[in-house]
Design a protein. Sequence first.
Length: 248
Amino acid sequence: MTKTMRINLNCDLGEGAGHDAELMPLITSANIACGAHAGGEATMLETYRLATMHEVSVGAHPGFADRANFGRLEQQISPADAAELVRSQVAFFSNITGGRLRHVKLHGALYNQVSREAPLAVAVVDELCRVWPGLTLFALAGSELLRAARARRMSVASEVFADRTYQRDGSLTPRSRPDALIRDEHAAVAQVLRMIREGVVRATDGTDVPIVADTVCLHGDGPNPVGFASLLHTELKAAGIEVRAVST
């Protein structure tokens, strides 16, 4: 019997892009900004309300407290400080929503640094396991963060990106490079389908890199986020791929 292919569609929301209500019916998990790189208490509550109304799984989306750079500028940070940064923002989110969150997905530069640096990854995972052992962590496929979560037997989903290009080592192409983003929506959909069906992604040097896709990230601040989310959702279903939230 052929195994049913499934994928979670997650989107970074509550960041002021203005498309949250339109995106909700097209996704299965919402990563809600926790007031550091973007958002605030009122935005968090409204985004949470929209997510629950559409039966979308809710998660916290902590990042560097750097609104001027939208949390996308890397900073020097110790493992202890990284763990506390994540803990405090997830706690803020949890208190506002009454503790009804299912996952955590880091944002921007914090996501990249913790994905790359093992000491940061271990510290963040240890803190999440200590305070919220039942949460699922969305971690970059093949990253140190994914490895740390698996080592602690934490619930973790291997995350891939629909509109980002990849390097030969499986890392995302830095946003500082002109080829970091896939601007052709059909090319981005084709990349997602290949990652799910074949377990590989084509790197910028032409190499096919092995990759595991449990959840696909869509960006709510892209040039056409609703149109792209609708196209991807439609193409996944046409390919016989079930779109549903990650289960713990």
